[in-house]
Design a protein around this ligand. Structure first.
Ligand SMILES: Nc1ncnc2c1ncn2[C@@H]1O[C@H](COP(=O)(O)OP(=O)(O)OP(=O)(O)O)[C@@H](O)[C@H]1O
Ligand SMILES: [Mg+2]
Length: 417
């Protein structure tokens, strides 16, 4: 059977048509083994909770490593593996648990109801009857995130409803990535995906509910967090990122809005894996347009086609500084404006600092030359995070990605001692 991830690799920013989905998912393959295509059956009418199973439920993914058509399909190979040049593979964090009980699904008779509108309707009715949907929590690229209460258990959930513009065009690969990645990642600092519902034109992801995100949380506190809280959130974020990176997942879109916060426990959870991507060696050329512009590292802003997990570490640095001072560090209105805002604070980079800089596609020798300001002169960063925090920030925000600190290295930094 063709793997969906073969398609993703060749067409990773496109969409999979419904017909393609059905072709990919229609093979009478057994559900054991959990290829994403056969285990999630996007394109086929279904709701994946055990509550709606009509046939014996099959527990998905008993182990994190799943059978895929490797090596062309790196998405689901969850075993720790060597990383980019300067990064050594980190073993999976101790708190990792195999995503065995995440969800169970109906095992429909192969091909029985693909493209059958009645079955879609019935699956949808069953799915919708499980939840009382209330207020809107947030809005994103594809649709709204709403609060919902599970009628059976009384538990609250966040439903991310993604409207797919053209009913016949299929599911965007960003949504597929989010499902595929979250299905494999089970960690206290990564938002938990409980359930997936899909029908033509719509995909609903059911997540654990958090009360707020970091951006809203900071705004509610008038912009600033206490130094102890800045350190604690940074540590939680790094733990989640260490786990992602150990599992060969680059998030690529770290920003305060994508970090969910439980305001009682002050637990932080990384969300929105829509742009995330599993990486394999050799490092493939990822699409250029990825990280939201303010949190983008220079290697992306200057057009590098080859980048890897250090992009996330730059994002962690931006978020640490933003938590400390209450405002985004490099709030540019374009890529070049953001690059210049970086230069003005951290100094215009030099070839000595970052060998290969002048070969980057968008580098210009005519860039204005700014000297580094020093963190002591960048708002109140130094007062908020102290000398050790500033040292960590320096290492997170190294221009040369090969010398940027890893999540594992950062967790061992004196700032957290
Ligand atoms: N599980 C959740 N609990 C509480 N609020 C959530 C949850 N998931 C999302 N939200 C809220 O909804 C907002 C949008 O969600 P999310 O970032 O997942 O999607 P998105 O923004 O559509 O994706 P993108 O950033 O690619 O546009 C978040 O910033 C957050 O405020
Ligand atoms: Mg988002």
């Amino acid at each position: 059977m063709a793997s969906m991830f073969d398609r993703l690799d060749t067409n990773h920013d496109g969409v999979i048509s419904r017909a393609e989905f059905n072709a990919m998912t229609a093979a009478p393959a057994p559900y054991a083994g959990s290829t994403f295509a056969s285990s999630t059956q996007i394109g086929a009418p279904m709701a994946m909770t055990s509550a709606v199973t009509t046939a014996p439920p099959i527990t998905m993914a008993a182990a994190p490593a799943v059978t895929m058509t490797a090596p062309a399909a790196p998405m689901m190979t969850a075993a720790p593996a060597p990383m980019a040049a300067s990064y050594t593979a980190a073993p999976v964090a101790a708190s990792y648990t195999a995503p065995s009980a995440m969800t169970t699904m109906a095992a429909p008779a192969p091909n029985a109801f693909l493209d059958n509108e009645d079955s879609f309707g019935e699956a949808e009715r069953i799915f919708r009857s499980q939840y009382d949907i209330t207020e809107v929590l947030g809005e994103g690229t594809y649709g709204k995130v709403r609060k919902a209460r599970d009628r059976q258990t009384g538990e609250f959930r966040a439903l991310k409803q993604m409207k797919l513009n053209n009913r016949d065009e299929g599911v965007p690969s960003t949504a597929i990535r989010e499902v595929a990645i979250l299905k494999e990642l089970n960690h206290e600092h990564i938002v938990k995906l409980y359930d997936v519902f899909c029908k033509p034109g719509e995909l609903v992801l059911v997540f654990e509910l958090c009360d707020t995100d970091l951006k809203k949380h900071m705004r509610a506190l008038g912009g600033r967090l206490q130094p102890r809280q800045v350190r604690d959130f940074t540590q939680q974020l790094l733990r989640g990122m260490e786990f992602c990176h150990a599992n060969r997942i680059i998030h690529r879109d770290l920003k305060p809005q994508n970090l969910l916060i439980d305001s009682n426990s002050l637990q932080l959870k990384i969300a929105d894996f829509g742009l995330a991507r599993a990486f394999s060696l050799p490092i493939p050329q990822y699409t250029h347009e990825v990280v939201t512009v303010w949190y983008r590292p220079l290697e992306i802003l200057l057009g590098s086609k080859i980048y890897s997990i250090p992009v996330d570490m730059w994002g962690v640095g931006c978020i640490l500084a933003e938590m400390a001072t209450g405002s985004p560090l490099f709030a540019g209105d374009s890529e070049i404006d953001t690059a210049f805002k970086i230069f003005m604070k951290l100094g215009t980079p030099t070839e000595a600092q970052w060998p290969g800089l002048s070969e980057l596609p968008d580098f210009k020798p005519t860039f204005p030359k700014w000297a580094p300001k020093g963190w002591a002169n960048i708002r109140n960063t130094q007062q908020q995070i102290g000398a050790t925090g500033v040292d960590l920030l320096d290492q997170l925000m190294r221009y040369n990605p090969a010398t940027r600190i890893s999540a594992r290295g950062a967790l061992q930094h004196a700032y957290f001692a």
